[in-house]
Ligand binder design. Structure first.
Ligand code: ZN
Ligand code: ZN
Length: 169
């Protein structure tokens, strides 16, 4: 028993929920907005059996959007504080820029509707929370959020700077 716990700590098997989210709800290749038009990819920021938080990031590390999926708790407040702490207090992380959508199996094609039934009530669907930075002031319009290539943390700096490495290094 002890040994199985220890070995599973390194290679946690993906739950049906996380597999489903990655298969149907995570999208690759959408164009970057506000920064460039290059295709974005999904980078996980936090993952466990019932929770996935990640960022859509362009090849120059600009963060277009942060998304959060959770099977049970549906905790928007947790997500808000997560984003704020990732952005070191995030003075321009505003409540109104957080949104929520419900994704249903029937809109996702393939076998999504059957697969969703393995872990939740299909009629309630899966909640997708997301946060997008909308610049308000002229000062904010010059700034963007990036994902550090070296430490995997988010940081904010001027859009014109080309560095993909945060100031912690
Ligand atoms: Zn970009
Ligand atoms: Zn860093």
């Amino acid at each position: 028993m002890v040994s199985s716990v220890m070995s599973s700590a390194r290679t946690i098997p993906k739950s049906d929920f996380i597999s489903f989210v990655r298969k149907y709800l995570v999208v690759e290749g959408l164009p970057c907005s506000r920064h460039c038009e290059k295709p974005t990819h999904f980078a996980a920021l936090m993952e466990d059996r019932n929770k996935l938080v990640g960022a859509y990031v362009c090849p120059d590390s600009y963060v277009v959007r942060i998304v959060y999926f959770e099977l049970t708790n549906h905790d928007m407040d947790w997500f808000k504080s997560f984003v704020r702490s990732e952005l070191e207090g995030g003075s321009f992380v505003r409540d109104r820029d957080f949104r929520i959508a419900t994704r249903h199996g029937w809109e996702l094609g393939g076998n999504a509707e059957n697969e969703i039934a393995a872990f939740t009530n299909p009629s309630s669907g899966i909640k997708e929370y997301y946060w997008t930075f909308y610049a308000k002031t002229n000062e904010e319009k010059k700034l963007g959020n990036f994902l550090c290539e070296r430490c995997g943390k988010l940081f904010t700096h001027p859009l014109t700077l080309k560095s993909k490495i945060c100031e912690r290094h």
